[in-house]
Design a protein around this ligand. Structure first.
Ligand code: 5GP
Ligand code: MN
Length: 320
């Protein structure tokens, strides 16, 4: 932390980067950090590889879209919520250019320590918790907007303070953020209780097709390109599909498969004892013990399902 603060104080121009398909923790941590750095007298900008998904536009926040034609100049680059350089996607070249001035702030246990300074806390429920601690050191208080962003980051990654990554410290941070008086109900309504009508209909279809293993411990759902087209839903807006499989009583590992071009995005969740981060690592993915993901390429949905199912069965062997 001391080193991070010293580097920030010495820098003037700071670029903030986060992972591909940024989720609420990635976006909100980046925007809160950017806002705090600006009010601390720095010239800071968040650079993303693509437009924020429609379903996350309520978050707000300013950002630039990466362009390969542009020359990016900075004294310091800060990566937030990203465990692996490759997950920066198009912005990886910025991180590579500034590899000696690269701060890696993250909470993934399989973080590859790619920064010149690595502030990795695997016990933090969200990157937002770490950014909270950092901003506290930089300035006396938060703006209402910064507080809303950090609360959103933490509420999202803890599933509304329900997942096992929630600690008493998480609750204390959330409580002190709530003191700033933003509309926390609106945040949670957006995060957990709001879907577009089309997505609701698509979810109903996915629900009908959920698959459960013979012992009832593994459940999966699949979402093909064709289904998304039929319901006019984009892959980046089709979130929380894995929760459909996870909610079935007795399920230890749930996974979803989502087709996107010639890639398949896999989301894995576990409940009590299986380590899905370990499963994801086997296929070049990553994440946490209870939530992880993989991006598979050039494989059919059917083969992908079989592949992941076999890995899940192996992980459960002799357990539970
Ligand atoms: P989600 O399933 O919500 O997309 O992601 C769950 C967790 O897995 C997150 O912590 C995320 O960072 C990680 N994750 C998701 N997809 C990938 C991936 O393709 N590669 C890696 N390394 N991690 C992923
Ligand atoms: Mn996160």
């Amino acid at each position: 932390m001391k080193e991070v603060v010293e580097r920030i104080k010495a820098a003037h121009k700071i670029i903030i980067l986060t992972h591909i398909s940024p989720d609420p923790d990635a976006l909100c941590s980046s925007f809160a950090l950017c806002s705090a750095l600006c009010s601390f007298g720095k010239e800071a900008a968040v650079i993303l590889c693509e437009e924020v998904a429609k379903s996350l536009q309520y978050i707000g926040g300013e950002y630039q879209i990466y362009s390969s034609c542009k020359q990016y100049e900075a004294d310091l680059v800060i990566c937030v919520d990203c465990g692996d350089l490759r997950r920066l996607d198009c912005a990886e070249s910025i991180a590579a250019k500034y590899k000696n001035d690269l701060i890696n702030i993250d909470h993934h246990k399989d973080n590859t320590y790619f920064g010149s300074i690595n502030y990795v806390k695997a016990d933090a429920a969200a990157a937002g918790e770490i950014i909270f601690c950092l901003i506290q050191v930089l300035k006396p208080d938060f703006t209402k907007e910064e507080a809303r962003w950090l609360y959103t980051a933490i509420s999202a990654d803890t599933g509304g303070f329900r997942y096992s990554n929630t600690t008493p410290g998480t609750m204390r941070i959330a409580a002190s953020l709530m003191e700033y008086g933003f509309d926390f109900r609106a945040v949670n309504k957006e995060l957990f209780e709001t879907v577009d009508y089309n997505l609701l209909k698509l979810k109903a279809r996915v629900m009908e097709q959920v698959m459960v293993s013979s012992d009832g411990r593994i459940a999966s759902v699949s979402l093909t390109d064709q289904m998304m087209q039929e319901y006019c839903v984009k892959e980046e807006d089709a979130y929380a599909m894995v929760d459909i499989a996870r909610s079935i009583r007795g399920v230890e590992i749930a996974f979803s498969l989502k087709e996107k071009g010639n890639h398949i995005k896999v989301s894995l969740r576990s409940e009590k004892y299986a380590d899905v981060g370990k499963i994801a690592n086997q296929f070049g993915g990553g994440g946490h013990m209870r939530a992880a993901g993989i991006t598979l390429s050039d494989i059919t949905m059917d083969d992908a399902r079989k592949l992941i199912l076999a890995a899940c069965e192996k992980e459960l062997e002799g357990q539970g």
